[in-house]
Design a protein around this ligand. Structure first.
Ligand SMILES: NC(=O)c1ccc[n+]([C@@H]2O[C@H](COP(=O)([O-])OP(=O)(O)OC[C@H]3O[C@@H](n4cnc5c(N)ncnc54)[C@H](O)[C@@H]3O)[C@@H](O)[C@H]2O)c1
Length: 439
């Protein structure tokens, strides 16, 4: 299917990145971008920087770099700011996170030290295990939103920015579901004025971003923008949204392995996943209310990949368990174990064991870079509301009401690539390939 190229504004001038949270993921993201700019590291793990896209027939050998095919902002034009309830600057926060090797950290010390977090909109009811003091003490949630909008405007003016993207890289908030104040923009704004306890800090940031004409990406499993009120605002403000929860580590593995087992019609009786991690994220997730948010996000993936309602003999009775254990000695170097009990021909059982010794923020940082660049592209291309084509990056992808999310990593990748082809007016690739044999 060929289509007309979409009108996309050029990525001129500087792109401001508003990071909510200046912890392990944010500082590792900044460190990586600065190291790439200085040419001392390669952007490994980033589709926008290293990926290529096939165009046309296999015989044409046309595989440009993604960043040369679509008009993306150049990492050299990125400027950052952040909010955090702890006053540590980027360098101090990175040191505490313990992710970036010391030799590299010293090379980018100045760049990181220059990032001093602005006072955060913080509510201990949503993150009980943290006690930061760098916060906005204002009477109402609407006052907090207005203060965030002022921060955004000041950042823009001071740095002469053309465009901005906000991304949540802050702690996972306590579990919450859609309440009355989340059901329409009108109710949400009343809730902000009346200090409705159901409005989470992340929603105040998202509101402030959209009211400032900026798109919002959600790297954590918080409800945040996944509610009618804020989706309504995105449509009105004509800004893109994406979320939720960066797909890294164990869930990344799960969404790679499960589609393979399904493709071969191997049954699954049980999938037991457990992790140890010792960073601040792990500390926050040690609270059952915050873990519940993460658990929901992690448990969701198997159902839509395996479709047990369509394949009851294979997947109708899976025991799926996910555990996260806060274990400080490991810091950011998470270890995730999976035991998968599978069933083959004649109903005979087999087992698969995965032991992934990963680095949480090293897997997440390139996703932050890709997301901010693609969100900026989406905005310039006039795409508004939920960006389902960015599901590739999320554990719990946002979709329009009535649709089920696509979790299969390979379908997600195809969707992303086909969206880029669509934007640029290129032919979609269906992998049919009959024409090669019809001479
Ligand atoms: N692989 C990964 O690292 C990965 C994968 C998926 C999701 N995530 C999510 O990304 C987020 C960041 O992870 P991290 O490892 O950097 O965590 P972190 O604890 O190192 O950093 C989070 C920062 O957010 C700050 N914060 C908390 N509430 C805030 C608020 N209301 N406003 C501004 N800042 C606030 C904290 O003080 C902290 O500095 C977490 O929610 C985590 O669950 C991470």
């Amino acid at each position: 299917m060929e289509n007309k190229k979409i009108e996309i504004q050029k990525p001129e001038g500087k792109l401001g990145i508003l990071l909510v949270g200046l912890g392990a993921v944010s500082t590792t993201f900044i460190a990586g971008v600065e190291a790439i700019k200085k040419g001392v590291r390669k952007p490994i793990g980033s589709l926008t920087q290293m990926g290529r896209i096939r165009l046309g027939k296999r015989t044409e050998n046309k595989t440009p770099l993604v960043k040369e095919f679509v008009p993306l902002a150049n990492p050299n034009d990125i400027v950052y700011t952040a909010w955090d309830p702890f006053p540590d600057n980027g360098y101090e926060a990175a040191l505490k996170s313990g992710v970036i090797p010391r030799d590299l950290l010293d090379q980018i010390k100045v760049d990181l030290s220059n990032i001093k977090p602005m006072p955060a909109v913080f509510d201990k009811n949503y993150v009980r295990n943290l006690d930061g003091r760098n916060i906005k003490n204002l009477p109402s949630k609407m006052d907090q939103a207005l203060a965030l909008m002022k921060d955004i405007q000041d950042f823009k003016t001071k740095n002469g920015l053309n465009r901005m993207v906000m991304i949540w890289c802050a702690s996972t908030e306590a579990y919450c579901t859609i309440q009355d104040s989340h059901k329409s923009l009108k109710k949400f704004e009343e809730g902000l004025k009346n200090n409705d306890p159901n409005i989470a800090p992340s929603q105040i940031y998202a509101y402030a971003a959209m009211k400032s004409g900026i798109g919002y990406a959600n790297g954590a499993p918080n409800l945040t923008i996944d509610c009618p009120a804020l989706i309504e605002l995105a449509e009105l403000a004509k800004v893109p949204l994406s979320g939720k929860d960066f797909k890294t580590g164990q869930t990344l593995m799960k969404t790679m392995v499960a589609p393979g087992l399904k493709a071969r019609y191997l049954g699954i009786r049980g999938w037991f996943s457990t992790n140890i991690l010792g960073n601040r994220d792990g500390e926050v997730l040690d609270d059952p209310a915050n873990f519940k948010t993460k658990e929901e996000s992690k448990l969701g993936v198997l159902d839509t990949i395996l479709q047990p309602h369509l394949y009851p003999d294979l997947y109708g009775d899976i025991c799926h368990k996910v555990k996260i254990n806060y274990y400080p000695p490991r810091g950011d170097n998470k270890e995730g174990w999976d035991n998968i009990d599978i069933v083959g021909w004649l109903g005979l059982p087999m087992q698969i064991k995965i032991d992934f010794l990963c680095r949480d923020s090293i897997l997440a940082a390139p996703l932050v870079l890709d997301l901010v660049l693609f969100m900026d592209l989406a905005h310039r291309a006039g795409l508004k509301g939920i960006q389902e084509w960015l599901s590739f990056y999320f554990k719990s992808p946002m979709v329009k009401e009535g649709l089920y999310p696509e979790h299969n990593l390979f379908i997600q990748e195809m969707k992303l690539m086909n969206t880029l082809r669509y934007l640029m007016g290129e032919e979609q690739i269906t992998h049919l390939g009959m024409d090669y044999y019809q001479s």
